[in-house]
Design a protein around this ligand. Structure first.
Ligand code: FE2
Length: 154
């Protein structure tokens, strides 16, 4: 038996769907509020610093520019952590040391990223963005909320 030619019909869509990457910008909302206007404002600025870094990543900025944006974020985070630690001390928050260690671990991680950028072995910038965003969101929701509750229950 002679087999006829095998014809494959390929249906190509007019437009090949491209998966849009999930946006990695972050916006402050009331869910992030630690019931302290000054600290809330600092968190907003931290989000802004992260969004600026991400914009750099998205627009394909040079490693030098990304390192500069990340330095800005790290400097701002350091200032913010100090002010949070002063606040926690002022209210007698019992988990201050543990909280401080978390801040320290974040600073070290960012320091590591910066070292990589500056030494020319740039880390994957989308992953850096993702790490920072994840850390900030979880840190505020899990850790910062603890001193927020404590300060309200005093
Ligand atoms: Fe904190």
């Amino acid at each position: 038996m002679v087999k006829g030619p095998l014809i494959l019909y390929l249906q190509l869509p007019d437009k090949i769907p491209t998966k849009k990457p999930k946006s990695m910008t972050i916006e402050w909302n009331e869910k992030f509020s630690v019931s302290n206007t000054a600290i809330d404002a600092e968190h907003k600025s931290l989000f802004d610093a992260l969004n600026s870094f991400y914009q750099g990543v998205q627009s394909g900025a040079s490693n030098e520019s990304l390192a500069a944006l990340l330095t800005k974020l790290a400097d701002y985070a350091a200032t913010h952590f100090r002010s949070e630690e002063i606040f926690m001390k002022k209210i007698g928050f019992p988990e201050l040391d543990r909280h401080k260690q978390e801040h320290q671990a974040f600073a070290e991680k960012i320091g590591g990223f910066l070292e990589s950028y500056n030494s020319g072995k740039a880390p994957a910038s989308f992953e850096v963005t993702h790490f920072i965003m994840d850390w900030i969101v979880n840190h505020i929701k899990r850790e910062d909320m603890k001193y927020a509750k404590f300060s309200q229950g005093r």
